[in-house]
Write a protein that binds this ligand. Structure first.
Ligand code: PEP
Length: 249
């Protein structure tokens, strides 16, 4: 049995005051025990959030890490080992905003993934196609290319200690959600692809859906056989909405 995971990606949002308010709101939520709940604040808010949830059911992840795992002369970056030391469990790698707006390549994402795992962080690898790629019938080619970069470089076994998020780029922050059937088709293809290398890894790996997930419709998405939870952006900034999404998983 795969334990569902719902992770809130707060992106570049929040002030000390609003983050504190959001955490207070989340602590009042009735979060299901059989669902793992994670939040991913900006680097500047990480330690205050980690301290605030230390006694509870919420774990914390970062939104990025450096390709070098250990502290070194790399101005502006944060090492995966520093994230572990701070108390993080997860780190996003390959989010489409970083691929598209900051030019992150598959090769760089492989290095970040390896850096994270090397120190015990769990990488949450984001994959997904643009609208143009979907319309050109290239969805599975793109998603498998992004996944193959990791498997070819590091081996399929690394997925035993990782999470995958299928996030169609056209659904992120647009209000357009993939239908449960559209998402399930890609999730099943990802699992089939991994099963070609290892049936055991394919069975165990959690594959989250991300892209304008809201409380309405979340249960239908999470009810699909290969969808193991969600990566939630905008809706995770509202404690009641995020709580409802967690309860739907
Ligand atoms: C995301 O940024 O990972 C995301 C899924 O955003 P949203 O839910 O706002 O589409």
């Amino acid at each position: 049995m795969r334990r569902p995971l719902v992770a809130g990606n707060w992106k570049m949002h929040g002030t000390r005051a609003s983050v504190s308010e959001l955490i207070d709101g989340l602590r009042l939520q009735d979060l299901p025990e059989d669902v793992e709940v994670a939040v991913m604040p900006t680097f500047v808010h990480l330690t205050s959030v980690i301290d605030a949830v230390a006694d509870g059911a919420i774990v914390v992840g970062a939104q990025d890490c450096a390709f070098e795992p250990m502290p070194c002369a790399l101005t502006g970056e944060v090492a995966a080992s520093q994230l572990i030391d701070a108390g993080c469990r997860y780190v996003l790698v390959g989010h489409s905003e970083r691929r598209q707006l900051l030019g992150e390549t598959d090769a760089l994402i492989v290095r970040k993934f390896a850096a994270a795992q090397g120190v015990g962080l769990i990488p949450l690898l984001c994959v997904g196609e643009t609208l143009a790629e979907r319309e050109a019938g290239q969805t599975l080619d793109v998603v498998m290319r992004q996944l193959r970069a990791i498997v070819d470089a590091l081996g399929v076994a690394v997925l035993e200690r990782a999470v995958i998020a299928y996030e169609p780029v056209w659904a992120i922050g647009t209000g357009l959600t993939a239908t449960p059937e559209q998402a399930q088709e890609v999730h099943a293809a990802i699992r089939r692809y991994i099963a070609q290398c290892s049936a055991q890894v394919a069975q165990g790996v959690r594959i989250l859906y991300g892209g304008s997930v809201k409380a309405t419709g979340a249960a239908e998405l999470f009810g699909m056989p290969d969808i193991d939870g969600g990566l939630v952006g905008g809706a995770s900034l509202n404690a009641d909405e995020f709580g409802a999404i967690c309860r739907a998983a």
